[in-house]
Write a protein that binds this ligand. Sequence first.
Ligand SMILES: Nc1nc(=O)c2c([nH]1)NC[C@@H]1CN(c3ccc(C(=O)N[C@@H](CCC(=O)O)C(=O)O)cc3)C=[N+]21
Length: 281
Amino acid sequence: MAAEIIDGKAVALAVREAVAADVATLERPPGLATLLVGDDPASAIYVANKRKQCEAAGMRDLHQHLPGDIAQDELAAIVEALNADPDVTGILLQLPLPDHLDAAPLIASIHPDKDVDGLTEVSAGRLVLGKPGLRPCTPSGVIELLDAYGVQIEGAEAVVVGRSDLVGKPQAQLLLARNATVTMCHSRTRDLPSVCRRADILVAAAGVPRLIGPDSVKPGATVIDVGMHRTDEGLCGDVDFDAVSEVAGRITPVPGGVGPMTIAMLLRNTVTAAQLAAVTA
Ligand SMILES: Nc1nc(=O)c2c([nH]1)NC[C@@H]1CN(c3ccc(C(=O)N[C@@H](CCC(=O)O)C(=O)O)cc3)C=[N+]21
């Protein structure tokens, strides 16, 4: 029997509607500062979508498009100014940056309560320690999808393939916080398919096109595909969708799965950042 398709577009729309309703209750609409450096075409499209959805949710769009040859210290000064500006609720530095820039110290300099990407050291520490804070958008979008489809996380065997700071590591922590039994796999994992076959919830975030085939999936499992690759035949993920659909119980498509959730959770985080700011004010 073919798997149920998890509709990320529909869940993302519902999240954005809930965010808009929350924004309407706030005294002042949150402001989201998106920083786009240079002219990478994919980044330009993502940032345009973020800005459009930010405004649609009733928030203030505080975008800055910066020249591709901006110096590291100039960009650092812009982040510092946004940190200090009470009109700025959230700061998003779109990645990747041009090669001459070092992203790590710039991300580290974002005020933790404005870190709507959830990528700073403080945000990572708050997640690990179970303290309130801003969680990375893509892995929290995955949790939202699981909840939207009634997938039981508590007690489930969850396998995360990929250990990036952006997705794999925070994904494992978020699943652990919900009382899943979490296994992390990576490029050195011995016999990846046999570990993946343990999973009730399999999150593929390795960045390898169609890495996960039907031999890696337990019948009935929920398969979440975080990968996104542009190939000659169009977009594909880390999961061989057609073949895995015949085995899985539920599966996310690419596009239309996790991708739309990433932006929706950015907006959700911006409201959370407004609430964090209100607590510390
Ligand atoms: N600071 C920072 N934060 C990010 O969150 C961040 C980033 N930098 N750099 C790039 C990646 C990538 N990313 C995506 C967002 C939305 C879709 C998305 O909406 N995808 C749609 C459309 C896909 C398409 O047609 O291109 C889908 O999967 O259905 C995908 C990918 C956010 N990123």
